[in-house]
Design a protein around this ligand. Structure first.
Ligand SMILES: C[S@@+](CC[C@H](N)C(=O)[O-])C[C@H]1O[C@@H](n2cnc3c(N)ncnc32)[C@H](O)[C@@H]1O
Length: 213
């Protein structure tokens, strides 16, 4: 997501600093970040935060952590969280590549990957958030029975991801090539990208995956 650097970034970040996860630069202190131990849900690449705000509000019983690599995008998400009073939502500006160090010793109950960058060139395949490299990292952090929820408008990325989940020992469920036309649409919360692309006529692909016993 490209955008002009935000004016008054530091002052604006200060206003929403309560929404930062506590992190020493390497590892997130989940206990200190949320104060209370609850199931931990993670969204990777939250963008401007519409999904994170809505999901954390719908589920006050969980601790909802959102990763976003671009600080100016995350600032907008944090401002939204503050405006909507999302008390169980915290953000970390980081690259998900470092997830194992960031969340060392933690267990994730859900992971959301929404409209991640497709990295269409083969030489960049390792950067896809559903590449084997990433799927193995998630596996080491997932609690028993935990699920990954994945949505994308990009059919090539989706087909690739279905294959990778399978080859990395996950079971894919509710695999769906037109989420908005399916019964799953009822509970669906749309992300910013999802709204934009579905309005342009793109079908939304969706799956849930868990690690095979
Ligand atoms: C295409 S946007 C989608 C944003 C949002 N999920 C949505 O559906 O509207 C992908 C977002 O993921 C972030 N992102 C991409 N790779 C990432 C990574 N390795 N770690 C953290 N964030 C990442 C990007 O900065 C961008 O904001």
């Amino acid at each position: 997501m490209r955008m002009r650097p935000k004016k008054n970034r530091e002052a604006r970040l200060l206003k929403v600093e309560n929404f930062f996860a506590v992190c020493d630069g390497e590892k997130i202190d989940v206990q200190q970040s949320f104060g209370e131990k609850r199931p931990l849900w993670l969204e990777i690449g939250c963008g401007k935060g519409a999904f994170a705000a809505a999901m954390s509000t719908r589920h006050p019983e969980v601790n909802y952590l959102a990763f976003e690599r671009v600080i100016d995008v995350m600032l907008m998400a944090m401002e939204r969280a503050a405006a909507e009073g999302c008390g169980n939502l915290r953000f970390c500006s980081c690259n998900a590549e470092n997830i194992c160090t960031l969340l060392e010793g933690e267990k994730l109950d859900r992971v959301f990957i929404n409209f991640c960058d497709p990295w269409p060139k083969k030489r960049n395949a390792k950067r896809r958030l559903t590449s084997p490299l990433f799927l193995e990292k998630y596996k080491s952090l997932l609690a028993p029975g935990a699920r990954i929820y994945f949505k994308t408008d990009n059919r090539d990325l989706f087909d690739y991801s279905v294959e990778q989940f399978d080859s990395c020992g996950y079971v894919a469920e509710n695999v769906c090539y037109d989420l908005h036309a399916s019964p799953l649409a009822e509970d669906n919360i749309q992300t910013e990208y999802e709204k934009t692309f579905s309005e342009k006529g793109f079908k939304i692909n969706y799956l849930e995956a868990y690690v095979k016993e």
